[in-house]
Design a protein around this ligand. Sequence first.
Ligand code: SAM
Length: 298
Amino acid sequence: MFSYRHAFHAGNHADVLKHTVLIATLQHLLQKDAALTVLDTHAGAGLYRLDGDYASTSAESADGIQRLVPPATPPALAPALQAYVDMVRAFNQGDATRVYPGSPFIIHRLLREQDKLKLFELHPTDARSLAGNVAQLDAGRQVAVLQEDGFEGVKKFLPPPARRALLLCDPSYELKSDYGRVQDMVQDALKRFATGVYAVWYPIIPRPEAHDLPRRLKTLAVKAGKPWLHATLTVKSSKVGPSTDGEPGKRPGLPASGMFLINPPFTLQAALREALPQMAELLAQDRHAAHALESGGG
Ligand code: SAM
């Protein structure tokens, strides 16, 4: 456990999908005055340097956020994708994009005085970085950093005081058991607070648990009689390519990922219908790039 460090992956195509959906969802929820509680079950370190040792080791942002900002010259972006780019750019000065905001900082930037943010991070190093980064925000009691298991920790905050909540669940899925734990947590959360907005990110990889997760979440939503939305973004083939250098074929990095939401904002589908095809086009790494969007219930 704990070999996953998000700093290696910050700003990659999965972050583009996840954070675009997160921002569009929050922007809708924050239109109502009533206080919102946001629960981030797997928060990470909060802020990442894209030119630091971790990020440049894999340079995943080069095929993610960096394709959407200067010096890349993307066409006019769909509003949801533009809102994501504007958010990342707000953490940077000048033309270069050197800093990448993780979910805690994206969420915090959008919150109003009356809202609360609970951040769970179990990795001791990331939890320390997160606490240090959050301290700079001077956010007082609005933001809480908890070095706890996020799957369990959220239970004590559901239902929230003003009965409005967004829960982002973004595990690293290092452990095969994470898939089952996501499902159990969502099932329990729906019992505690059926009208919460639940957003789960998951990797699309050739592993039965990963394949089954969205189907299981859909079943939970349908059984609870709640609307759901499922968005996927593929940037390349998942097949191991033929060797060109005499070495055995190397498995490429993450080829695709998905976001599954229960009780999504009604505006999200239209926003993603415009943004997803653009993401697939601009982030494509080969001819297998694709996107899909489906929804139901409610
Ligand atoms: N949500 C972050 C973002 O969008 O910027 C990225 C999170 S990263 C994919 C997953 C994080 O979960 C890692 O930092 C890892 O240390 C942490 N983690 C792993 N298991 C956990 C658990 N059971 N509870 C809380 N955090 C956990």
